[in-house]
Design a protein around this ligand. Sequence first.
Ligand SMILES: *Cc1c(COP(=O)(O)O)cnc(C)c1O
Length: 429
Amino acid sequence: MSFTGLEDIYSELGISPRVYEICGDVLSGLEDRFKEIDATSEFCQLKVLHAFQKNNVNESCLLGTTGYGYNDIGRDTLEKVYADYFHTEDCLVRPQITCGTHALALALMSNLRPGDELLSAVGKPYDTLEEVIGIRASKGSLAEYGISYAQAELSKDGTPDLENIKNAINDKTKLVTIQRSKGYQTRPSLSVDTIGKIIDTVKSVRKDIICMVDNCYGEFVERIEPSDVGADMVVGSLIKNPGGGLAQVGGYIAGTKECIENVSYRLTAPGLGREVGPSLEALPRMYQGFFMAPVVTASALKSAIFAATLFEKYGFSAFPSASEERHDIIQAITFGKPEGLIAFCEGIQAAAPVDSQYAPEPWDMPGYDSKVIMAAGAFTSGSSIELSADGPLREPYTAYFQGGLTWPHGKYGIIKAFQTLMDKDLIIC
Ligand SMILES: *Cc1c(COP(=O)(O)O)cnc(C)c1O
């Protein structure tokens, strides 16, 4: 390639001069917001670095252990780094925690006992938790162990209803779960400040109720985390924000000494706890990923805001809307017809570093009542901190879009998706 201009390379990658120009215009209006995001990511980057240095991370921490994994200094130090970042007494971060759902299930199962009640403070929890809790019957659910479940409904505008939460607490209530990100719902995601208000409300009824936050997709979006406003446990997945796109598996649970001790005995076995669990070869990526995560999260946030602004301008509805403050990295865009959703996902896939030659097809995914389309040309299978989009093929044909390991890639993915809709006459401009 002999050209050196940006427009030329975009053209080579299938972007027309018209689309290039449209996108440039949209981006020039986003400079102030991007500055704000960069400032948050700078703050979080230094917080991460501080946690590394405070715990004297050294080269030998990057070596793993095998077998039982006794005396795994790298693993134990990484857990201290996480605990310091989240300002918690303790933390477990392990490749043996296979995903976000597993981390959440562990946190719940290890801290609840038969006869206790679990309360969801913000309406229905994330889909996969329905079987963990037993809202949908499943083998091994909390319900099977005699743990009951209650849910405080949201107010009409989708925000938490503090009165409902207070009223839903009873003598059996042992643990309250608060989901930060909206997931596949249409309610707004929660700010850390709002989470603090929910926790204050719960603790004002009874101090000993454990407050757990499903922190998936929320890490590094704000300068503080839910554990800074009173959460007893924060839980998340390493193939989302805190893995920085490098961790290939894993989950974390950060929290009070007592909660984490309970988790450790459920993660392995009573008596063994955190002493076992080899880190194998996972540590370098887990450390480096956590180090990169603030900047990677910032890229994902910029991509989300750019997508919302661009598609809103051309008549599609975005949730959160272009101008709204962000509390997680998920962007929903509604196309109103299947062709739009499919074209968007095709564009995201075509922009991927891996598998860009394949077109995503709607398929019957287990657990869904309609076909689902997914675009993900990712280095790590299922990673949703990498540029990805998916959505069910049903009204109102909404794509849930997230990630982008680098801002230039996130930007290109959205431009490519826009171009794909243009090429199919699905955008009029
Ligand atoms: C992704 C996610 C989960 C579950 O994580 P998996 O890693 O997919 O099991 C739970 N809650 C929320 C809000 C999520 O976004």
